[in-house]
Design a protein around this ligand. Structure first.
Ligand SMILES: [Zn+2]
Length: 295
């Protein structure tokens, strides 16, 4: 048996994932999809809060959010983020609010302009790669600054791994004290020009997380477009956590647009049921991620 196969066998045989709560994150809006792509994409803060509430009721315990201008273009306006955070906290008690510092909405430090709001979590890209039509630029000085702001405001980062090197960089940042505790890493697969959806790569990501951070380090995974469900199935079956939502995918299947974020959450809930994993409620999700409880 090759060393690689032995590692894979070890990492998947040691834990029966049945009974292990699964966190479902709903990425409600993103920077790209518009009403023209799917009228259910929430654009205004009011629509976002309503869509998040439905997704929360369906089983999501993390809301990953970007904000938009009224013309649907991406925004990084802290005032909009503040209203969104307030609305989600009011209508979805305990739900984890994760604000995006992703690169589409603004340039440079503007991307972290909402961090003084001190949300529970924020996304943190730790390296650069290509996106479909441009470079996704995450220069070291900006990454370091975003991480320092998150430390300052007691925000748990979700490290976005578009590449294997990003997982290693999370380890380096943790060793330097730039990230507190065990980094929570999300594998992002299926973005055009970045890492494709390939099972052996996914398996190696999972194994690398255990190698760098220990067998119990939580991680999650996101797939783009039709591959969203593939990554949901892989992650839930392998003991990870799952991300869904209209940011990454606007369709239920080839013929049918997703009627809501909640419908996509429901699809992930059904996979959890099939695999025998309970869906984590907000309090359980907070405990798994080491976040402060709200009550
Ligand atoms: Zn996002």
């Amino acid at each position: 048996m090759s060393a690689y196969k032995a590692l894979m066998r070890r990492s998947f045989s040691m834990s029966d994932v049945r009974g292990k709560p699964c966190i479902i994150c709903v990425a409600i809006t993103g920077s790209l999809p518009r009403k023209a792509n799917n009228p259910a994409v929430p654009i205004t803060v009011e629509e976002q809060v309503e869509s998040t509430h439905e997704a929360f009721e369906a089983g999501a315990s993390i809301c990953h959010a970007h904000v938009r201008n009224d013309d649907e273009t991406p925004s990084s306006d802290p005032e909009k983020f503040a209203r969104l955070k307030e609305g989600v906290e009011k209508h979805c008690p305990g739900m984890i609010v994760q604000l995006s510092t992703g690169g589409r909405s603004g340039a440079g430090r503007e991307r972290g302009g909402m961090l003084p709001l001190a949300p529970d979590m924020a996304s943190l890209s730790v390296g650069s790669n290509n996106f479909p039509t441009r470079v996704y630029e995450n220069p070291p000085d900006l990454v370091d600054w975003l991480a320092s702001e998150m430390l300052k405001h007691d925000i748990k980062p979700e490290v976005e791994a578009f590449d294997l090197s990003h997982i290693y960089h999370a380890k380096l940042m943790a060793e330097r004290g730039q990230l507190e505790g065990t980094p929570y890493v999300q594998f992002v697969m299926g973005v055009k020009n970045a890492m494709p959806v390939e099972r052996r790569v996914f398996d190696f990501y999972v194994e690398t997380m255990a190698h760098l951070f220990g067998e119990n380090a939580p991680w999650c995974a996101a797939g783009i477009g039709a591959q969203q469900i593939t990554l949901n199935e892989w992650a839930i079956s392998a003991g990870g956590h799952a991300r869904t939502g209209l940011e990454d995918n606007v369709r239920l299947d080839r013929e049918c647009l997703a009627p809501s974020n909640a419908a996509l959450v429901q699809r992930a809930v059904e996979i959890c049921e099939r695999v025998g994993r309970p869906v984590a409620n907000a309090a359980q999700a907070r405990a798994i991620l080491g976040l402060r409880p709200t009550v």
